[in-house]
Design a protein around this ligand. Structure first.
Ligand SMILES: Nc1nc2c(ncn2[C@@H]2O[C@H](COP(=O)(O)OP(=O)(O)O)[C@@H](O)[C@H]2O)c(=O)[nH]1
Ligand SMILES: [Mg+2]
Length: 359
């Protein structure tokens, strides 16, 4: 398994699209294995500009994504697309219609299109969807476009994931007011009114314009028509400006250097190293478990429990903890060791990334 993941990681890093496709399926099927894979790709993460595109069903998101991909390819950017649509049947792989519309673009080696029907418990993004975005990032795409159907939670999730969030409005009754109520507008970096070739578009722009002074740093409104092509070039220019600004913005050293903190991935790496250094652990009856497996939001701490089976030698526990503290230190994590249980058979370990003090 590990050897196969090693090879898969190499193929992804080499830009092989079939390898990426396999890895995305792996994330859907087995997020723990995908976390191990991502750990192997850690130094490639954090390069892509992630663009969230969200809005109600039928707003014209997929059509817009197709137009954006076409323009971004013309601007010589490599683009990956992940369409997350929980309303589509989970079984069929979903979004056949969308595939048709943006599918023709997938013929270009510099693009990659994938849809997934995975759904989180609150209608938000699943861990699998997040991992799929990271895998596309690791594959070297300049931009990763993530299309999500607005469910409230999915918008909040994608806003956290995205470097730029496009909130898409179709011209029509009430949609924009609903969105304003839900606070979605405040998450937007760019507001897009689609189907500007249709009658209600001007009204929708006016309705949005009317509420913009309500908060500072109001995002610009972009009326676009994927049909006529109107406004698309301007929207792409605004997006590329954001990509450029984000690249130029000096990030804190720790953030720009360190890959995103994925507890499962860090844990898997530590465990692999520990098993390599201390092969006798395999038969020792020691169990090491991650007790705060990420609830998605990327907790900045890992909690482990080490537990000896009956008959296990408590000396093993001590050796394992000592080795973990050293390995964690090498990985830039500081350790706090919890109290050992009275029988000397179990203890907890907390690991927290060490950040250099901000200049
Ligand atoms: N008139 C017009 N129709 C559009 C435009 N963009 C999308 N549509 C139509 O709106 C419908 C929904 O589009 P789609 O991209 O699937 O929306 P999504 O559900 O938000 O992904 C489709 O019938 C599209 O053909 C546009 O710019 N102008
Ligand atoms: Mg769609």
């Amino acid at each position: 398994m590990s050897v196969r993941l090693e090879q898969l990681a190499r193929d992804i890093a080499a830009g092989q699209r079939p390898a990426l496709a396999r890895a995305l399926s792996l994330a859907e099927r087995d997020p723990a294995a995908a976390a191990t894979l991502l750990a192997k790709l850690a130094e490639r993460l954090g390069r892509a500009h992630v663009v969230g595109i969200t809005g109600p069903p039928g707003a014209g998101k997929s059509t817009l994504v197709g137009a954006l991909v076409r323009h971004l390819l013309q601007a010589d950017r490599r683009v990956a697309v992940l369409a997350v649509d929980p309303s589509s049947p989970v079984s069929g792989g979903a979004l056949l219609g969308d595939r048709f519309r943006i599918g023709e673009l997938a013929a270009d080696e510099r693009s990659f299109v994938r849809s997934t029907a995975t759904r989180g418990s609150l209608g938000g993004l699943t861990r699998a969807a997040r991992q799929m975005v990271q895998l596309m990032d690791a594959a070297g795409y300049d931009l990763v476009l993530v299309e999500t159907v607005g469910t409230g939670q999915s918008e909040i999730d994608v806003a956290q994931l995205a470097d730029s969030l496009l909130v898409v409005f179709p011209p029509g009754l009430g949609d924009e007011l609903q969105a304003i109520k839900a606070g979605i507008l405040e998450l937007a970096d760019l507001l897009v009114v689609t189907k500007s070739d249709t009658a209600g578009a001007t009204l929708a722009c006016q309705a949005l314009q009317g509420v913009l002074p309500m908060w500072r740093n109001a995002p610009p409104i972009h009326p676009v028509s994927a049909l006529s092509g109107g406004g698309i070039a301007e929207l792409v220019a605004a997006l590329l400006q954001r990509v450029q600004d984000a690249a130029a913005k000096p990030r804190p050293l720790a953030d720009s250097m360190a890959p995103p903190f994925v507890p499962e991935a860090v844990f898997e790496t530590l465990r692999e190293q520990l098993e390599r250094r201390l092969p006798f652990l395999a038969g020792s009856g020691l169990r090491i478990a991650l007790t705060n497996a990420a609830a998605g939001q990327g907790p900045s701490r890992i909690e482990l429990e080490l537990c000896l089976a009956a008959g296990g030698d408590s000396y093993v526990l001590g050796v394992a903890v000592g080795a973990l503290v050293v390995l964690a230190g090498d990985a830039g994590l500081s350790c706090d060791i919890g109290p050992i249980d009275p029988a000397g058979r179990a203890l907890r370990l907390g690991l927290t990334p060490v950040r250099p003090p901000q200049a």
